[in-house]
Ligand binder design. Structure first.
Ligand code: AKB
Length: 322
């Protein structure tokens, strides 16, 4: 049964690192009342809780999901709720359930209720130890070896299937590690690149859980928001990849981000104590070939490492308690 979509946008997982910033950005662009934030927990920050509609929603509860979607009849759904790499390794069954069943619930409800567009994030975690590590191509050997990576790769294939079989306009990006000052990530392998700035600004040393020369693809939050909205706004015939697009901006190691911070805070000290996340990082690309995103819908990042560091430090200093 199809219902007519309104101009409303639904963000599932709005309390997460990306969800929070996407909610703020979309509310600024389209008006707060048009953007419904939903999450399994009530938002901690006042802006998300009070600036527009909020619904408590566990995406695994199909009835509740349909109830929320029938109430608002969203035109677009951003489904961001997931367990990230490190947490999913510790809770493999739940990681698989949340990442896969949550996606199926959203895709099925979107088909049934006539949603026009769905956004679902994939990740560099779809690649594995057999993948070429440098400038990793769009199409290559995948073989992910984490629960999170397996769920993201399977999810990509299902998104493509829903596009082909049901004509659902699902779009997706393979995000690198995302770095922003407004919120902390939770349970990822790239989280060190956010934590390190917080310690530096607090005047404390940082103990890094990856080796100093562990290169990973990363992206500053304004570029993540820009890429997501550029992809969603591109005419459908420009979206040639319906699994998920490789997306890049910068690639650096813990040693390099430390040096970038030390340009401003020369006394900042980092020590290295690799843990189980090192193995995950070692299985992922060091850098990404995102030429298909650049060709198909004009992707172009704005931030490199030093530009991101300059901006992060300014904002985090402003947020420091006086
Ligand atoms: C993680 O580290 O798990 C995420 C990701 C790269 O998808 N940030």
């Amino acid at each position: 049964m199809h219902s007519t979509p309104s101009d409303t946008i639904l963000i599932i997982g709005a309390g997460g690192q990306l969800g929070l910033e996407l909610t703020h950005e979309l509310r600024q662009r389209y008006g707060a009342s048009q953007v419904v934030a939903a999450d399994v927990r009530a938002p901690k920050d006042a802006e998300t809780a009070q600036s527009g509609p909020f619904e408590l929603l566990d995406v695994l509860d199909k009835n509740r999901l349909e109830e929320v979607m029938r109430q608002y009849r969203p035109k677009q759904v951003y489904h961001l709720a997931a367990l990230l790499s490190a947490t999913a390794e510790k809770n493999p069954k739940f990681g698989w359930q949340l990442n896969m069943d949550g996606l199926f619930n959203v895709l099925d409800a979107s088909v049934d209720l006539g949603v026009q567009q769905v956004y679902w994030p994939s990740s560099i975690a779809v690649f594995g130890p057999d993948t070429p590590r440098d400038n990793t191509p769009q199409l290559t050997i995948m073989n992910p070896n984490t629960v999170y990576g397996i769920s993201k790769l399977a999810g990509e294939q299902w998104c493509e299937w829903y596009f082909r079989k049901h004509g659902l306009d699902v779009r997706s990006l393979r995000y690198p590690g995302l770095i922003g000052y407004k919120s902390l990530p939770g349970g990822g392998t790239t989280d060190y690149a956010v934590d390190i700035y917080h310690k530096a600004v607090a005047g404390q040393p940082y103990e890094c859980f990856l080796k100093e020369d562990s290169y990973l693809p990363m992206m500053y939050m304004p570029d993540a928001l820009k890429s997501t909205l550029d992809l969603m706004h591109a005419p459908a015939d420009q979206i040639k990849i319906r699994s998920s697009y490789n997306l890049g901006a910068m690639s650096f190691s813990p040693k390099e981000i430390t040096a970038s911070i030390q340009r401003h805070l020369p006394d900042f000290q980092v020590t290295y104590k690799p843990d189980s996340r090192q193995q995950i990082a070692d299985s992922w690309p060091a850098s990404i070939d995102d030429s298909r995103a650049r060709q198909d819908w004009g992707w172009q990042p704005d931030f490199d490492l030093d530009k991101m560091t300059d901006d992060m430090l300014v904002h985090l200093k402003q947020l420091q308690p006086a």
